[in-house]
Design a protein around this ligand. Structure first.
Ligand code: ARG
Length: 460
C-alpha cells in the first residue's frame, strides 16, 4: 500500500517495521480531536488565502463525513497508515479526491499530534474534575450523618485520641479539594496551542496561529515552535496530579479495607460493591477498595514511564514521544473507573456507630485529657503527663480503664483529682473539648462542613 510519505523511498516498508512503529492501535482514541484540529486548521488556511475557500469547504465537508462514519463505527483504520493522523488524511483523500492532500499545508504531524493531546487532556481534565466533585459530595453527605459518631483516632495505627467520624472523612475531602485545584490550575498550561509550529521551525506559509487558537478555544499559542512540538510537560503534570490523587484514593481505600475487617467492624460495605470467595462461603471481600489501592501502582508507573521517556531527549520531535500516549490514556481511564466507583462506595457504606463507640471506651485514648485536667488545675503539663503515665500503668495492671478507677485510687496519685474528672473522661467530652479551629468538636466540624459545602456549591 502506498505511503503518504512514500516519495523518497525505493522499497516497501518491512512489515515488522510497520507494526513496530505504528500507533494507530492506540492513538485512534484521538480521532475526534484530530478532526477537530483539522477543521480549525483548514478554516484558517481558507481565510488566509493559502487555499481557496471552495477547497477549504470541500475539505471540511469531507472531514465531517469521516466524523459521521466514525460516530457510526464505520471507519476502519489501517496499520499501514501508521497513525491516526495519516489514517484520517488517507480517508479524506479517498472521500474527496486529491484536494484532500491540501489539508496538511503548513502543518506537520508533530504540531498536529501535540494539538490533539492538548485537546484530549483539556476535555478529560474537565470531566475528571466533575467526577472528583461527586466523590467529595459523597464524603460530605456521609459526614453530615456522622458529626456525633465517635471512633478512635490513630497515630502509628495505635489508638491516640477519639475523633468524630465526620472529621476523619472530611480530611479526605480536603485532600481531594487540593487535587481538584491542581487539575484546575493545570488547565492554564494545557490550554496553549502548539499548531502552527510545523515540524519544528515554523512554516513558510502566511498562517494565522492566533485564529486557530481562537477557533479551538485556546488561551494562547506556544511562543516557541521547537518547544511547541516537543513539550510534554502538560502530560507529565497531569500524571503527577493523577499520582497524588490516586495516592489519596489508595489511603482512603486502605482505611475502608481495615474498617470493614472482622477485627474492626467499623463499617460495612454494601453487598453490591463487594465480592465473594470461590471456596470460602462466609467471605465478603472488599475487592473494590483493594483494587483502587492496587491500581495506584499503574498510575505511578505511567508517570515514571513518561519521565523516563523524556529524560535525555534532544530537541525537537523524536519518535520516542509517541510513547506518551498509552500511559496517559491508561491513567485517564483508571481515574475515571476509580472515581466512578469511589463515590457510590462511600455513599452506600453502613457506619457501625455502636462498634466505633465501644472501641473508644475500651482504650486509654482519654489519657491526654486527664493530663490536661491536672494541667488546667495548675500542675505543669510535663508533670501531669508523668502522673497520668503512672496511672495508666496502674490501670493496665488492675485490668481497668481510666473511667473505672475509684476516686481514692485517683487521689493516691494526686490530690488535685476531684469528682468532676469522670466527666472529663467520657469520649463525648474528650471530642467536644477540642474546640480549637480545625479541631474535632461537633461545633468545629459543623464549621468545616460549611466550608466544604461552599467549595462544592461555588465550583459547581
Ligand atoms: N504517531 C506520532 C506520535 O504519536 C505522530 C507524530 C509523528 N511524527 C513524525 N515525525 N514521525 O508521536
Amino acid at each position: 500500500m502506498a505511503k503518504l510519505w512514500g516519495g523518497r523511498f525505493t522499497k516497501e516498508t518491512n512489515k515488522l517495521v510497520d507494526t513496530f512503529t505504528a500507533s494507530i492501535s492506540f492513538d485512534q482514541k484521538l480521532a475526534k480531536e484530530d478532526i477537530q484540529g483539522s477543521l480549525a486548521h483548514v478554516q484558517m488556511l481558507g481565510e488566509c488565502n493559502i487555499i481557496t475557500t471552495e477547497e477549504a469547504e470541500k475539505i471540511q465537508s469531507g472531514l465531517y463525513a469521516i466524523l459521521d462514519k466514525l460516530n457510526k463505527g464505520e471507519v476502519e483504520f489501517q496499520v499501514e497508515h501508521e497513525d491516526v493522523h495519516m489514517n484520517i488524511e488517507k480517508l479524506l483523500i479517498d472521500e474527496i479526491g486529491p484536494v484532500g492532500g491540501k489539508l496538511h499545508t503548513g502543518r506537520s504531524r508533530n504540531d498536529q499530534v501535540a494539538t490533539d493531546m492538548h485537546l484530549y487532556l483539556r476535555t478529560k481534565t474537565g470531566e475528571l474534575i466533575k467526577l472528583l466533585e461527586k466523590v467529595q459530595a459523597a464524603l460530605v453527605s456521609q459526614s453530615k450523618e456522622n458529626i456525633e459518631t465517635i471512633l478512635p483516632g490513630y497515630t502509628h495505627l495505635q489508638r491516640a485520641q477519639p475523633v468524630s467520624f465526620a472529621h476523619h472523612l472530611l480530611a479526605y475531602f480536603w485532600m481531594f479539594e487540593r487535587d481538584k485545584e491542581r487539575l484546575q490550575d493545570s488547565l492554564k498550561r494545557i490550554n496553549v496551542l502548539p499548531l502552527g509550529a510545523g515540524a519544528l521551525a515554523g512554516t513558510t506559509f502566511p498562517i494565522n496561529r492566533d485564529r486557530v487558537a481562537e477557533l479551538l478555544d485556546f488561551d494562547s499559542v506556544y511562543p516557541n515552535s521547537m518547544d511547541a512540538v516537543s513539550d510534554r510537560d502538560f502530560i507529565l503534570e497531569f500524571l503527577s496530579i493523577a499520582s497524588i490523587l490516586m495516592m489519596h484514593i489508595s489511603r482512603l481505600s486502605e482505611e475502608m479495607v481495615i474498617w470493614s475487617s472482622q477485627e474492626f467492624q467499623f463499617i460495612e460495605l454494601d453487598d453490591a460493591f463487594c465480592t465473594g470467595s470461590s471456596i470460602m462461603p462466609q467471605k465478603k471481600n472488599p475487592d473494590v477498595p483493594e483494587l483502587l489501592r492496587g491500581k495506584t501502582g499503574r498510575v505511578f508507573g505511567d508517570l515514571i514511564g513518561l519521565l523516563t521517556v523524556l529524560k535525555g531527549l534532544p530537541l525537537a520531535y523524536n519518535k520516542d514521544l509517541q510513547e506518551d500516549k498509552e500511559g496517559m490514556f491508561d491513567t485517564v481511564e483508571t481515574l475515571e473507573g476509580s472515581l466512578n466507583l469511589l463515590a457510590p462506595l462511600l455513599e452506600t457504606m453502613t457506619v457501625n456507630t455502636g462498634k466505633m463507640r465501644k472501641a473508644v471506651t475500651q482504650d486509654y485514648s482519654n489519657a491526654t485529657d486527664i493530663a490536661d485536667y491536672l494541667a488546667a488545675k495548675g500542675l505543669p503539663f510535663r508533670q501531669a503527663h508523668e502522673v497520668i503515665g503512672k496511672i495508666v500503668i496502674y490501670a493496665i495492671q488492675k485490668g481497668k480503664y481510666l473511667l473505672d478507677l475509684e476516686m481514692d485510687e485517683y487521689q493516691s496519685f494526686s490530690p488535685l483529682f476531684e469528682e468532676d474528672v469522670y466527666d472529663y473522661l467520657t469520649p463525648e467530652h474528650v471530642v467536644g473539648a477540642r474546640k480549637s479551629k480545625g479541631g474535632t468538636s461537633a461545633e468545629q466540624v459543623k464549621q468545616q462542613l460549611k466550608l466544604a459545602e461552599n467549595k462544592l456549591v461555588n465550583e459547581a
